[in-house]
Design a protein around this ligand. Structure first.
Ligand SMILES: Cc1cc2nc3c(=O)[nH]c(=O)nc-3n(C[C@H](O)[C@H](O)[C@H](O)COP(=O)(O)O)c2cc1C
Length: 327
């Protein structure tokens, strides 16, 4: 049974990815996610300068998911690039990840550094063309497999959704990045003020290879005893099971519009993953489910997909993509 997927210049062993922001940027942790069965890992959003993020509380559990406002805390692009160099991402060159896995030297040690690098997509956040371009220039010599642009964080001013709601700025950012890299560019979109299909088409026309749908959706929680908003930022983003049907509709519409798409939002088990692929996703990202069941979810999803394909008499997970559009 073939679980490997190839789309938009990305080629991975199975269709599951760690969603951005869930487990930070420590390489050791990202490697554990890959060892637990993920096909690829997406880093937390990285910005030009380090960001402290908001004070606590930054996340609250609700009936059907989480509401978070972490504030895009990260150590900045220079620190992150150094972390990747420490683990051997500079050894194989800009397009080198696939050379690395095809090489007999793939698991060898490189002067004490592990060179068994994992397929990593770096998620970037910024507010201007210059910021995004400077980060890509800083990272592009490394053997990462692509960039995901966070154009949809719903709770931080001047970045995220404010950028994604401005198709003209999205176009300039993606054209700027395309001019300095040949790696896949994935635009991560959310539910904003501007129609997602319009932003997605703009992104693809400007040089993006695919879209991730969706990010968290603006939300809040109030404590009835203290009468206060629970999150320090008051407003955050809703993730988890609650947003799955909305994400499903977005993926369905994006596929119909001819946009290569990665589904994200509420994937907790193999059924959710299969549903996203039937709607048109080439792959799925998993975030909140890790808060509920830790990393076992990747193995469960992949084994479940394998069983499903066998029952349906299919040989490859790629046969699932977009099947719901036949009806
Ligand atoms: C605590 C937390 C932090 C997140 N941080 C980021 C981030 O830094 N960048 C980003 O693009 N998305 C971020 N997200 C959004 C997730 O990547 C994902 O789009 C969203 O949670 C929906 O997927 P899920 O329902 O599987 O969690 C974050 C989500 C959570 C719950």
């Amino acid at each position: 049974m073939d679980l490997s997927v190839e789309f938009a210049g990305i080629s991975i062993r199975n269709p599951t990815m760690l969603a951005s922001g869930i487990l930070g940027i420590s390489y050791e942790v990202m490697k554990r996610v890959y060892d637990a069965g993920a096909g690829a890992v997406v880093s937390k959003s990285i910005s030009v300068e380090p960001r402290e993020g908001y004070k606590g509380p930054i996340i609250v559990k609700v009936d059907s998911g989480y509401v978070n406002a972490v504030g895009l805390a990260n150590p900045g692009v220079d620190h992150f690039a150094q972390e990747l160099v420490r683990y051997g991402y500079d050894k194989w060159g800009a397009s080198g990840y696939y050379d690395h896995i095809n090489s007999s030297d793939g698991e060898a040690n490189n002067n004490g550094r592990s060179s068994s690098i994992i397929p990593l997509i770096v998620n970037l956040v910024g507010s201007s063309v210059d910021e995004f371009v400077s980060m890509v220039k800083r990272l592009d010599h490394l053997s990462i497999i692509g960039y995901e642009l966070n154009l949809s964080c719903p709770h931080v001013e001047k970045v995220g959704l404010e950028v994604g709601d401005d198709p003209e700025l999205v176009s300039r950012i993606i054209k700027g990045i395309r001019a300095v890299t040949t790696k896949p560019i994935i635009a991560k979109l959310g539910v904003g003020a501007v129609d997602m299909l319009e932003v997605a088409r703009t992104a693809i026309d400007s040089g993006a290879n695919a879209v991730t749908a969706i990010n968290t959706i603006r939300a809040m929680v109030i404590d009835v005893e203290t009468c206060m908003p629970v999150l320090s930022n008051k407003v955050g983003g809703l993730s988890g099971r609650a947003i799955k049907p909305i994400a499903m509709r977005c993926v369905y519409e994006l596929y119909k519009a001819g946009v290569p798409v990665i589904g994200c939002g509420g994937v907790h088990d193999w059924r959710d993953a299969v549903e996203f692929m039937l709607a048109g996703a080439h792959a799925v990202q998993i975030g909140s489910a890790i808060g509920d069941g830790w990393l076992d979810v990747f193995r469960e999803v992949n084994e479940g997909i394998r069983g499903y394909l066998a029952r349906k008499g299919m040989k490859s997970v790629r046969e699932l993509v977009g099947v719901a559009h036949n009806y």
